[in-house]
Design a protein around this ligand. Structure first.
Ligand code: C5P
Length: 221
């Protein structure tokens, strides 16, 4: 009696962008407000879960009652995620930068007067979702990723499902005209091995509540 759908469960969520330093004052980042990830963390807590939120740099306040790990780079995020396992459900909503700068300087890069821009050397970042999806013994029972695309939404989401060994991909069209990036509403397609579900446009907090309700049902089925 009085049990909530995720009582006794641990839910791990990544949110926000990562920042990859170029020098002490500059970085490379993805656009991400963290709104959807933070809403998921709140929804998981409301459903009774113990929640760990690993967040890149965002302007949102830390949600109440949730353990928040603040990170900057993808490498830091991977480390915090690994340290937070095991989890029953993991939802990777962060917009992780695909590349980091290997030529990161300890000093601020200065214009040298030649008119030639500096060269930045990049290396691919670890894929956190893929790493967790292929974890030898701590893969969460339900692993959910996001896919923000501007074209071929479902085909890209299906490929991600396979490559990263995720259970679901929450796909959304982030073409500038949709207003999804940074906005409060979201229109998503839930892609799983069983098919594609189109959800109507709703607020990011309603999307979060619906994903969490679905996740709780999937965990106990
Ligand atoms: O491959 P792509 O970046 O489009 O995949 C998006 C999904 O993978 C999201 O769930 C995101 O959080 C996750 N991801 C990750 N680590 C990366 C890149 C993406 O966890 N380095």
């Amino acid at each position: 009696a009085g049990m909530l759908p995720l009582t006794g469960k641990h839910v791990l969520i990544t949110s926000g962008p990562t920042h990859e330093p170029i020098d002490p004052v500059r970085y490379i980042a993805n656009r991400s407000s963290g709104k959807q990830g933070h809403a998921l963390a709140k929804a998981a807590f409301a459903a009774g879960a113990r929640v760990t939120l690993v967040s890149g740099p965002v302007t949102l306040p830390d949600p109440d009652n949730i353990e928040v790990h603040h990170v900057e780079s993808a490498a830091d995020m991977l480390q915090a995620v690994n340290a937070s396992l095991p989890a029953d459900i993991a939802i990777m909503a962060a917009a992780v930068a695909d590349w980091r700068v290997t030529s990161e300087g300890k000093q601020k890069i200065k214009k040298d007067g030649s008119g030639k821009p500096p060269r930045l050397d990049l290396a691919e970042n670890p894929d956190i979702l893929k790493t967790i999806g292929h974890h030898p013994d701590l893969r969460p029972k339900l692993l959910i990723g996001f896919a923000a695309e501007t074209k071929d939404l479902v085909a890209n989401a299906r490929a991600k499902l396979e490559r990263k060994n995720a259970d679901w991909i929450v796909a959304n069209d982030v073409s500038p005209e949709t207003g999804i990036m940074g906005g409060d509403a979201n229109t998503i397609r839930l892609v799983s091995k069983d098919g594609v579900e189109d959800w109507p446009q709703m607020s990011k907090s309603d999307v979060a509540a619906r994903i969490i309700a679905r996740a709780a049902a999937a965990l106990t089925s």
